[in-house]
Write a protein that binds this ligand. Structure first.
Ligand code: CO
Ligand code: CO
Length: 304
C-alpha cells in the first residue's frame, strides 16, 4: 500500500501470489456494448501492468434504473463478458446498486509467480521507455460528449481502448523488463512520475515520438480538454520541465487522462529494440520508444 502500485499482490506460497484490483468508470463512448468492453479491458489492465495473468472477475454496477432502460445495462454486461472471455477470465459474480449516474467496471483477481512481479518502480538510468498505445482518449471522448468528434476518430479510440494489454504483457515478461505501469487517469507524465517516486532517476520524454490518435492535436487546439488534464498538470508541475521548442498543446496532451491506455515499460536499451520488433510483428503496431531514463536532474522529467 505504501507505493502507488497498479494492483495489490499477496503471496500465497513460494511460487504463487494473487494480484487483486478494482476499477470502474463512467461511460466514455455512446455504444453500451463497446463501453462494457472498454471497462473490462481497463479493469484487467492493472493485472497485466504487473505482469500477471487474470483469472476471475466480478462485476461492479451502478445503474440509474428509474431513468434508463435496463436493456442498456444488458448490453454493457454483454460487452464486459465478451472481453473477459477473450482474456480467458471467468466471471464469478458481482454487485449492483441504484445510482444517479451509470458506472461499470470489475474487480479482477489474477496470479503471478512472486519473483516475476513487475513493479512500477525499478527503472534504471540508461533504460529506454516504450509506450504501447497512442494518447488522446481523454480529449477525444470529451470531444465526443460535445459532439465535436467525427466517427473515424471515435472508432480509432474504441479499437484501442478495447484492446487488451495481455499480449504486450506476455511479450514483456518473455524479454524481462525493469518496471512497468499502464497509462490511465494521471496521463503519460503522471504515470511516468509515479515510476520515479522514491528514486534518484530522471526521465527524458521525446514529445515528437509519442504516438497520438488522429485529430488529438486538432481537438486540443479547439480548447477541448477533460477536467482531469489540468489537475494532472498542476499536480506534477514541479517535476516536469518542458523545453521551449515543444508546443504547449503537445505538452498538455502528455497529461491527458487515458482510459484503458497502453503499457509504459522501462527496460535496458539492448532489450528495447528486440521487444519493439516482437510487438510490431505481433500486431502491437503503435508501440514506440518515447524516451529514456537518465540520472539527472534528479526527480525531473524533461519533455524535449
Ligand atoms: Co494502472
Ligand atoms: Co487502475
Amino acid at each position: 500500500m505504501e507505493r502507488a502500485e497498479d494492483a495489490g499482490v499477496y503471496q500465497l506460497t513460494d511460487d504463487l501470489a494473487i494480484i487483486q484490483t478494482i476499477d470502474f468508470i463512467t461511460p466514455i463512448v455512446d455504444d453500451p456494448y463497446a463501453f462494457g468492453q472498454v471497462a473490462a479491458a481497463n479493469a484487467l489492465s492493472d493485472v497485466y501492468a504487473m505482469g500477471g495473468k487474470p483469472l476471475t472477475a466480478m462485476n461492479v454496477v451502478c445503474f440509474p434504473v428509474k431513468k434508463m432502460d435496463i436493456t442498456i445495462l444488458r448490453e454493457i454486461l454483454a460487452g464486459g463478458i465478451d472481453k473477459l472471455h477473450e482474456a480467458g477470465v471467468k466471471l464469478t459474480g458481482g454487485h449492483s446498486v441504484e445510482d444517479e449516474e451509470l458506472k461499470y467496471g470489475l474487480s479482477v483477481t489474477g496470479t503471478i509467480h512472486p519473483a516475476k512481479v513487475i513493479l512500477n518502480t525499478g527503472a534504471r538510468p540508461g533504460d529506454k521507455l516504450i509506450l504501447t498505445k497512442p494518447l488522446g482518449t481523454g480529449i477525444i471522448s470529451t470531444a465526443l460528449k460535445k459532439k465535436s468528434a467525427d466517427e473515424d476518430t471515435v472508432t480509432s479510440i474504441i479499437k484501442s481502448m478495447t484492446t487488451l494489454n495481455r499480449q504486450a504483457t506476455e511479450l514483456m515478461q518473455a524479454v524481462g523488463v525493469h518496471a512497468c505501469t499502464d497509462v490511465t487517469g494521471f496521463g503519460l507524465l503522471g504515470h511516468a512520475a509515479e515510476m520515479m517516486d522514491d528514486s534518484d532517476i530522471s526521465m527524458v520524454i521525446h514529445s515528437a515520438a509519442v504516438p497520438l490518435f488522429p485529430k488529438t492535436i486538432e481537438l486540443a487546439g479547439m480548447g477541448i480538454a477533460p477536467g482531469g488534464l489540468q489537475r494532472n498538470r498542476e499536480f506534477r508541475r514541479d517535476m516536469v520541465e518542458v523545453a521551449r521548442e515543444v508546443p504547449d498543446l503537445l505538452a498538455d496532451i502528455l497529461f491527458d487522462p487515458q482510459t484503458s491506455g497502453g503499457l509504459l515499460i522501462s527496460l535496458p536499451v539492448e532489450k528495447a529494440t528486440a521487444l519493439l520488433e516482437k510487438m510490431h510483428r505481433e500486431g502491437i503496431k503503435e508501440a514506440t520508444i518515447i524516451g529514456e531514463v537518465t540520472n539527472q536532474p534528479k526527480g525531473k522529467i524533461i519533455v524535449s
